[in-house]
Design a protein around this ligand. Sequence first.
Ligand SMILES: *Cc1c(COP(=O)(O)O)cnc(C)c1O
Length: 492
Amino acid sequence: MIKYTSTRGSKSKKTAAQAVIKGIAEDKGLYVPDNIPALPFNPADMVGKPYKEIAKAIIASFFTDYTDAELQACVDGAYDSKFEAEDIAPLIKVGDVHILELYHGKTAAFKDMALSILPYLLTTAMKKEKEDKKIAILTATSGDTGKAALEGFSDVNGTEIIVFYPSIGVSEVQKRQMTTQEGANTHVFGIEGNFDDAQTGVKKIFSDEAFNEKLNSRGIRLSSANSINIGRLIPQVAYYVYAYIKLIEHDIIKNGDKINITVPTGNFGNILAAYYAGKMGVPVNKFICASNKNKVLTDFINTGTYDTKREFHITNSPSMDILISSNLERLLYHLCGGDGSEISGLMESLEKNKNYTVSDTVKTGMNDFAAGFANEQETLFAIASMYNDHNYLMDTHTAVAYKVYEDYRKETGDKTPTVIASTASAYKFAASVADALGMPSEANGFAYVRALNAKTGVPVPSGLKDLDKKEIRHSDVIKKDDLMKAVDETLS
Ligand SMILES: *Cc1c(COP(=O)(O)O)cnc(C)c1O
């Protein structure tokens, strides 16, 4: 039985169901599995198997307190015709790389891979734990999590969903996706601040005991749909295992061969899922962590010092405009051998001094990672060259990863077959992508979607069609210190 412990050392262990309900531990740490299970199958034996079957087996390995029937219902509910690709996460060979398209869900970003199943995992957990309170999901978003969480939880019984997004920074398409969200239990607020402000504000609410008690007395309990929730992270492990099986199927590798995995990274959830896949037994040579101009992770991986004392940039890959990468805490916990007090110390230093430096042991453990960044010009150039050379359309985030991988390969000469996680449809960032392709200016983000479609012929995801014709249902913008007040009023 796998139990979940806090990265900050509090002794109480939780089942997966309990950890999914709680979202974040009472000592502000993140839940991690007390051991990482081995792959439940030999990858070679899974060739040709559908995504759902692989996902179910991977999640079952971690969530040992869920029954087979429960998990079957979860994956059946999640990975169905909502996805516009029949194989859910297609792996496409483009030039020398293998692009894992994770954006064919309802909201056209990879967040759907986990957020289409999280509501099922959570409502199942509530039944298992006989939870009688209403669950209010608080979500900070840099642009994509918010919409995916809203879609996932819209009108799910026993839940309310509240999303905070940075009012400046998200793309016009991203913003409109959220402000037009339907569902009686959905609540959306812009904040006058950036993603870090939103995430810090939400974490503060989670750890405010008095406020949580006040909500409890109203029959409400808070949880999280951010990747701090282990129910977000574990479903993401599945697609890396799936990609490995596809590489065998496509005759690119033999079972047992190593691969590289490149991930455009913000909050470190997606690449941590890749790391978990590696720990389960997927043979990985390097995890390549790609950042935009907010390159706090590049610097950290190269030096061992995490330093947020720097300027925050709004870039053309806004979903990665983050300086405080929450899930890194989980990696550090694993690398230091599960020493909660060491992690508490680092996180205290981050809060007080805005930086920390890890021990040599942790630094050595990070040798499995390589890191680099791309600035905005390089990102646009990568989109153009990929389109011109291979007639393949990438969004800005995927382009950051592609550029960083190209640099890595030039520097190292490493020819290991490489999977690049493609995290969003180009249409979510249509204005930047059109700019990259040298197209003329349009009046707004929606006109860019139409123009890009006319030029490339790549189908527009159905969730992004006619967004500008939908009714705006959420227009509140609040100050970054008013998150708690907004939650209080929304849940009154
Ligand atoms: C969220 C997001 C990322 C960053 O993923 P993390 O798991 O936060 O590192 C990258 N690209 C896109 C398009 C995203 O929405």
